[in-house]
Design a protein around this ligand. Structure first.
Ligand SMILES: Nc1ncnc2c1ncn2[C@@H]1O[C@H](COP(=O)(O)OP(=O)(O)OP(=O)(O)O)[C@@H](O)[C@H]1O
Length: 295
């Protein structure tokens, strides 16, 4: 540690600790692997067509966060900045390439957690999904009617799930996931594909869950929603943590950044990004304790 670094030990009751998480995806690219030059043109062309050029997408770069009980964390950033990737890692749906996530209980992602079976009917999937989330059979029986009601599927609940539209399927998943009262709640608004009527109903249930939860992560492109609902905002860009702090401060910086970008002022936009990064108090998790050090 440098002499001018400042260490802040985090006291309290963390719900979620994200420890130096990195996520890389290996994907096939249709771009040629090497430049197409002179006499080797046909050989390279053959190579590009016959063998996929594998590239690495850096979705998250060494990200650490400590989220305390009572916090509601909004995740903001441009498309492709790593927001959904972070949520999937926290919920346990994706395994990070490096690093780890520690949570005081199983985080529940609204809408996608339940692993359902397309050949089974909606009501059979309600039972399956609830049992998979750790409910007892008695709990399932007690909550069954309210889940079916929240899904709004009415008689379609008896049809096989493979016959559902994607909106109907996501309503069922939401209703199942929302039937538990999670301590750690994850909401990715990009997954909210229900119609207006379901939107109202799901928002009401989401509000209830948020009030009861120990901590909440919310991904939204609506900055107003983040301002209204969150006590803390995390700004991601190209997989990097840019800012972590009060929602109004982070949102203002992010809005300034996107305003400059949309006007084509890339240099001033980059300066805003660099300034924000320079002021970041990075979290570092060491051994059994977590601390923030100013680098
Ligand atoms: N399954 C995957 N395979 C390969 N690359 C992926 C995969 N999922 C995400 N990515 C890449 O990881 C990066 C981050 O994606 P992510 O979905 O986390 O962004 P996001 O901030 O949630 O974006 P948006 O606001 O558009 O929903 C992007 O470059 C994306 O292309």
């Amino acid at each position: 540690m440098d002499a001018d670094e400042q260490e802040i030990f985090i006291e309290g009751h963390p719900c979620v600790v994200v420890d130096c998480v990195e996520m890389r995806y290996r994907v096939a690219s249709s771009a040629a692997a090497e430049p197409d030059t002179g006499q080797f043109r046909s050989r390279f062309l053959h190579k590009a067509v016959s063998k996929p050029n594998m590239v690495t997408v850096r979705a998250l770069n060494k990200l650490s966060l400590v989220v305390e009980r009572g916090e509601s964390v909004g995740i903001i950033g441009r498309n492709g900045s790593g927001k959904s990737t972070l949520m999937k890692i926290i919920s346990g749906q994706s395994k990070p390439t490096r690093g780890a996530v520690y949570a005081s209980s199983t985080p529940i992602m609204l809408g996608v957690n339940a692993a359902l079976v397309p050949d089974l009917s909606g009501d059979q999937n309600v039972i399956l999904g609830c049992l998979a989330m750790g409910m007892s059979r008695a709990d399932v029986d007690e909550k069954f009617n309210s889940i079916v009601e929240l899904s709004g599927l009415e008689t379609s609940i008896h049809l096989p799930m493979k016959s559902y539209s994607s909106g109907m399927a996501s309503r069922l998943r939401f209703a199942i996931a929302a039937s538990v009262d999670p301590e750690i709640l994850l909401v990715d608004e990009a997954l909210n594909t229900g119609d207006a009527q379901f939107g109202d109903r799901s928002k009401r249930r989401m509000d209830e869950l948020r009030e009861q939860a120990g901590c909440v992560f919310l991904v939204s492109h609506s900055l107003e929603t983040i301002k209204d609902m969150c006590t803390r905002a995390v700004w991601l860009d190209k997989g990097d943590l840019i800012m972590d702090g009060a929602p109004d401060v982070a949102i203002k910086a992010y809005q300034d950044f996107t305003r400059h970008l949309s006007k084509g002022n890339n240099i001033s936009a980059t300066k805003i990004l660099d300034d924000a990064k320079a002021n970041l108090v990075a979290t570092e998790v060491r051994g059994r304790s977590s601390r923030r050090s100013r680098g």
